[in-house]
Design a protein around this ligand. Structure first.
Ligand SMILES: [Zn+2]
Length: 225
């Protein structure tokens, strides 16, 4: 009997920028045992492709380079995960209104000039206009994380910083920008942590006898406690 390999979890591309999306490549990030979504270098490349930081041909080039240099690929993955954890600790602190850890700010500042070495200006498709671009360099197996570092820096000095949140569904650890008009978004998603919190509150009220549920009618929940 053959067993099908379990489907790999999908990446979540939010539109909040590469730095935030990269930070969310671990699930249950605020827990003691986060679930790692970047389980090997190929997954890092797959994330960068999903986030549109690598084109299909660039991603193929990176996979090819990694196959030829497996040790460098393993080291590159570890550099990438270190950067992600650095960003998570900074964003998590900022979202909680706490100072960013100085050691993490030092790591980000050390990565910034390296990232900016790859920044270029190139003509856009439309005539007489230009766009930012990143010079690729497969010799460095983490080159495509340059825009992650750059967008993290832009976020920290920009106006959107006041919208930075960490999901209230502890230990979800999801980082997002609150685009709601009255800045009241608390959850990564209502379908996920929002529902879990709602169901938990409902269950607590049931247990306290504050509400009555007729026999046979079950409380809808999608969580395990
Ligand atoms: Zn959440």
């Amino acid at each position: 009997m053959t067993t099908q390999p379990a489907a790999l979890p999908a990446f979540h591309i939010s539109g909040d920028g590469a730095a935030i999306d990269f930070t969310n490549t671990a699930d249950w990030h605020a827990s003691e045992a986060p679930v790692e979504l970047l389980t090997d270098y190929g997954r890092l490349v797959a994330w960068a492709e999903a986030a549109a930081l690598l084109s299909v041909s660039q991603a193929d080039a990176m996979r090819h380079a990694a196959a030829e240099r497996p040790q460098d690929a393993a080291a590159a993955l570890s550099v990438a995960i270190d950067m992600r954890e650095t960003l998570y600790r900074i964003f998590s602190a900022v979202a909680a209104g706490a100072p960013a850890p100085p050691a993490d700010m030092a790591r980000l500042n050390a990565a910034l000039p390296q990232a900016l070495l790859r920044l270029r200006i190139q003509p856009a498709h439309e005539a007489h206009s230009f766009v930012w671009a990143w010079e690729d360099g497969p010799a460095d197996l983490t080159w495509f994380l340059s825009p992650v570092v750059w967008t993290a820096a832009e976020l920290l000095v920009g106006q959107n910083l006041a919208r930075l949140r960490e999901c209230a569904g502890h230990p979800c650890g999801w980082i997002f920008l609150d685009h709601s008009r009255n800045r009241s978004r608390r959850w990564c998603s209502m379908a996920g942590c929002g529902n879990r919190a709602k169901a938990r509150r409902h269950y607590a009220r049931l247990k306290r006898g504050e509400i009555y549920t007729p026999p046979g009618e079950r409380v809808a929940n999608d969580y395990a406690e």
